[in-house]
Design a protein around this ligand. Structure first.
Ligand SMILES: [Mg+2]
Length: 396
């Protein structure tokens, strides 16, 4: 069966988000990156690219090339927020999504035609949805494999759609310089140039063996790519085995309220990470290390899966109550979630049980954690009695 792959790539992603959030930047050369003296360009708007600015360039050089540029710092949390939005849209069309970076993915839509329409129609629908829901533009390449789909999207930017039908592939490839091929960086290009090979058409004249002699394994890959052949599958990212956090206390803790406060803090951290990964953990493990360094782990299975702070906290608290040996002072506590289900695998209905207010509180915490890191946010319960002061207290 002919495969159908869509490559989607947001246009000048970080810079476009900055222009979206601050309308004064619309139509202006915008550079997102580090400090002027030592930093590099992380992204730049198309207006800045017109001056020769590109990503990975030293900021100092970029600003010299484009003195009118408006420089903005990287706002990772905000880009991740938009990234989640676009991947949620991608996931509505197929679960065969391979993320390549924060703003780029392959979708395998083979066999989806009857349900969703032709691959170009799906790409057009996604482009429209992304624009409508985020206000940003994405470019899409549609082809029979990953190499061709990515090639297509890279050559129709910005806000483009390029469909390479199988019968067009040959003519299209032959017109390209070798630099268009995946894996041909400046070094390989120079090596090929020395042999008088500058175009895909010239590369095609070479035998596989002679390419392999010159370039090793890459030679074999290029032999296939210059013929438009690429058998690699769209691979879903593997899920983590477990997500957890643990804390070693400066001073050993004995009082239940101190231990519970630490558990709540761990629950905030762990549930946040699980939610950001779009997962629910069905097995919670509590790790306890005592003052004498002996340690134990106890697990509980929750069929519906855990992703919000309160159920994670309550389950861990229960395990501690049931399994802590006497009043032995505790040196370390850890909470781990494992046995994951994704939020999209039919578990969504179960969220109805979680109080909506708790979910939205968790969402707010996630946003703050992304912006300020784990240290930036503490629930009110964590602040009462100031847990850091407690930790420095000598053991009782
Ligand atoms: Mg991009």
């Amino acid at each position: 069966m002919q495969r159908a792959i869509i490559h989607l790539d947001m246009d000048a992603f970080f810079a476009s988000v900055e222009q979206l959030d601050d309308p004064r930047l619309a139509g202006q050369p915008v550079i997102v990156g580090g400090s002027l003296d030592r930093g590099v360009v992380c992204a730049c708007s198309y207006e800045a690219r017109a001056y020769g600015v590109h990503s990975a360039m030293a900021m100092a050089k970029a600003v010299r090339l484009c003195p009118s540029a408006i420089v903005r710092p990287v706002r990772k949390g905000r880009y991740q927020e938009v990234s989640r939005q676009i991947f949620a849209i991608f996931g509505e069309y197929t679960d065969r999504v391979e993320p390549l970076s924060i703003d780029e993915a392959f979708l395998d839509v083979s066999g989806c035609e009857r349900l969703l329409g032709t691959p170009p129609a799906i790409a057009r629908a996604i482009i429209a949805r992304v624009k409508q829901e985020t206000g940003l533009t994405v470019s899409a390449g549609v082809a029979q494999n990953k190499f061709l789909a990515k090639l297509a999207s890279s050559r129709c930017k910005p806000a483009g759609l390029l469909v390479l039908e199988p019968e067009q592939v040959d003519a299209y490839l032959l017109s390209l310089p070798i630099e268009a091929l995946w894996g041909v960086g400046p070094k390989t290009a120079e090596q090929l140039h020395r042999h008088g090979i500058r175009s895909v058409a010239e590369l095609r004249q070479l035998e596989r063996s002679s390419l392999e002699t010159r370039l090793g394994q890459l030679g074999g890959v290029l032999y296939e790519l210059c013929r438009g052949r690429d058998e690699r599958e769209v691979e879903r990212p593997s899920e983590p085995h477990s997500i957890g956090a643990e804390e070693t206390f400066t001073a050993d803790l004995s009082a239940a309220e101190d231990l519970n406060r630490e558990l709540l803090q761990l629950a905030v951290k762990v549930s946040g990470r699980v939610r950001r990964a779009g997962l629910r953990g069905r097995r919670l493990t509590l790790k306890i290390k005592y003052a004498d360094f002996s340690q134990m782990s106890r697990s509980r299975t929750v069929a519906a899966g855990l992703a919000t702070t309160d159920p994670v906290f309550q389950t861990a608290k229960r395990l501690l109550l049931d399994h802590r040996q006497g009043q032995r002072p505790v040196r370390l506590l850890g909470i781990y979630l494992a046995d994951f289900v994704t939020e999209t695998s039919g578990q969504q209905a179960l969220f109805a049980d979680d109080q909506a207010s708790k979910r939205s509180l968790d969402a707010a915490i996630d946003t703050l954690q992304e912006r300020f890191g784990d240290a930036g946010i503490k629930r009110a319960t964590l602040l009462e009695g100031s847990s850091s002061a407690n930790r420095r207290k000598p053991p009782r």
